[in-house]
Design a protein around this ligand. Structure first.
Ligand SMILES: [Fe+2]
Length: 164
């Protein structure tokens, strides 16, 4: 931690690892979803996530750096928890609610991490980098809102009905 720039590269490398892990996990989440709208939401977020990885590569290019080899342990843990939900037996409708919970925890983690990196980029006056990070941050926020709306409109109600 000798400079803000070094810290930024560290944070971005963490995010790069996080997104890569997520690309591997989202198809499994989609497959596990019983509600078609939820499955579609996961599939669409996979496409968005692949694009976010490419955007992060542009960020590194812009900085003239390469991502450090490291594994984001936070994302590893969040994905592990998602995998536990996938393995659980029970009502598929209730499982969908748990899957949304797992996915929202991922989104919130990413929003926090992108927010941190964007702020560092901004304070270093790396305007292009900050702009790219803001784009992803907005997408993560949208994904979170979509999951929230899905829970409120369909998924939770179906789970309550199935529980009776
Ligand atoms: Fe993402």
């Amino acid at each position: 931690m000798n400079s803000m720039r070094e810290l930024l590269i560290d944070e971005l490398s963490d995010l790069y690892s996080a997104e890569k892990q997520l690309v591997g996990a989202l198809p499994k989440m989609a497959k596990a979803a019983a509600c078609e709208k939820l499955r579609t939401a996961f599939e669409e977020h996979l496409a968005v996530t692949v694009n976010q990885l490419t955007r992060l590569e542009s960020v590194f290019q812009e900085l003239g750096e390469k991502p450090k080899r490291k594994k984001c342990k936070a994302m590893e843990g969040l994905i592990e928890e998602g995998a536990e939900v996938i393995k659980k037996k029970g009502l598929p409708e209730v499982k969908d609610v748990a899957l949304i919970g797992a996915a929202q925890r991922v989104e919130h983690y990413e929003m926090a991490a992108y927010g941190t990196s964007r702020a560092i980029a901004e304070s270093l006056q790396l305007i292009t980098v900050a702009g790219l990070l803001q784009e992803t941050l907005d997408e993560e926020r949208d994904a979170d809102t979509e999951l929230n709306n899905l829970a409120l409109s369909d998924v939770n109600a179906e789970a309550v009905a199935a529980s009776e």
